[in-house]
Design a binder for this molecule. Structure first.
Ligand code: PLP
Length: 364
């Protein structure tokens, strides 16, 4: 096989299915739905969603209408919820693709109800804001909603949902406060299935499960708490081949801005992956404790600034010197994604959704 200069993103669909089963166990009696927004957290919704459906998932969530239309073509039978709601004038598109909006304002409820007037009680979710202050009905808007005559007539309230702001911090009192506010909302709304927990919320225990949990990050092998020990099986691996190995002497510098200067003899490797592939240029600014990747399981430090197409790593003290073509693992089994995210002052969600599209993508 000829050597490749392309970085490689591998996605383990069997591990994804195993993580789905684990989340089903974690969710107890509640239905385990999957969040596949932003192209399946950057990993490729076209592969992720069918694999989850095969694993038994029936209900899916995306953020935008266009994502939902793409998903519908992949999964003719799934229930699909759209988090951003129903923008004015789009109800017919929702109906045409059998999509369920998360209604976030009274105007949207009225639009949906108006669209259903022809005697088709189409399903939709009512999205409650229990303290996040992002989208949905807060306390004032709920009061206004339930004071509106016949507002629940003519359409199907298939789900009442809300979202937690601090589920990644199990001890944060915000979780309990949001749970109380969600319960208060349910108490004044018509009877319908309810959903509060994302991945982190699921791990807060049965009080948070209601009828359905919505899991994203834990399916993808990232931890909901940003602690690598809380992650399920890794499903994604990003590896970049070494294009060249060079010797440096004291005083030599590396890369744009010459921000790294060798203090003595060094061996460095230049790997084929840069900020053009979604790895933030800021990762090169982490001295005195540089970002670590791995080669053959051995840690190697990032040196100097990340270029658009390449980055440099320190090979000086490796027990076995790698060869051109050997792979630097950016994240994966040897270098957990939550560890890299922590070192880079970000979260695994952002690492995944920043992934570029010039990798060789391998689905197993
Ligand atoms: C993104 C999102 C989720 C999934 O959250 P994870 O932390 O990835 O499990 C669930 N619900 C809503 C409303 C979301 O926006």
């Amino acid at each position: 096989m000829p050597a490749s200069d392309q970085a490689e993103l591998s996605v383990d669909l069997a591990a994804l299915a195993a993580n789905y089963k684990t989340m089903q166990k974690n969710a107890g009696q509640a239905e385990t739905s999957a969040v596949v927004k932003a192209d399946g957290y950057g990993l490729g919704m076209a592969h992720i969603a069918p694999a989850l459906a095969t694993a038994g998932c029936r209900t899916f969530w995306v953020a935008q209408l266009n994502e939902a239309i793409t998903l519908r073509a992949l999964l003719p039978d799934a229930v699909i919820y759209v988090l951003n709601g129903v923008p004015s004038g789009t109800a017919a598109q929702f109906e045409a693709h059998d999509l369920r909006p998360c209604l976030i304002t009274l105007a949207q409820v009225q639009e949906w109800q108006g669209h259903c007037r022809a005697g088709k009680p189409l399903p939709a979710c009512l999205f409650i804001d229990s303290g996040f202050n992002r989208l949905g009905f807060g306390e004032i808007e709920i009061a206004e909603l339930i004071a509106t005559p016949d507002i629940f007539e003519g359409w199907e309230l298939s789900l009442i949902a809300s979202h937690l702001a601090c589920a990644d911090e199990p001890k944060n009192p915000m979780n309990g406060a949001q749970l109380e506010r969600f319960r208060s909302a349910l108490a004044v709304l018509p009877d319908a299935p309810a959903s509060l927990a994302n991945s982190g919320g699921t791990m807060l225990g049965p009080d948070y499960h209601f009828d359905m949990i919505r899991t994203g990050t834990m399916l993808y092998g990232c931890s909901a708490t940003a602690r690598e020990e809380d992650a399920l099986q890794p499903i994604a691996g990003l590896r970049a081949p070494l294009l060249q190995i060079r010797q440096l002497s004291a005083g030599d510098t590396i890369g744009y801005g010459a921000t790294f200067t060798a203090s003595g003899e060094m061996t460095i490797g230049v790997a084929s992956l840069g900020y053009g592939d979604g790895l933030s240029r800021h990762f090169g600014d982490q001295s005195p404790s540089p970002i670590r990747f791995t080669i053959g399981g051995q840690p190697v430090s990032l040196l100097g600034r990340i270029s658009m197409d390449s980055l440099a790593v320190d090979l000086t003290n490796l027990a076995a010197l790698p060869f051109v073509g050997d792979m630097v693992e950016i994240f994966g089994h040897d270098n957990p994604i939550d560890r890299l995210a922590h070192q880079g002052n970000t979260i695994s969600y952002e690492l995944l959704t920043s992934l570029g599209n010039r990798y060789n993508r391998i689905y197993k």
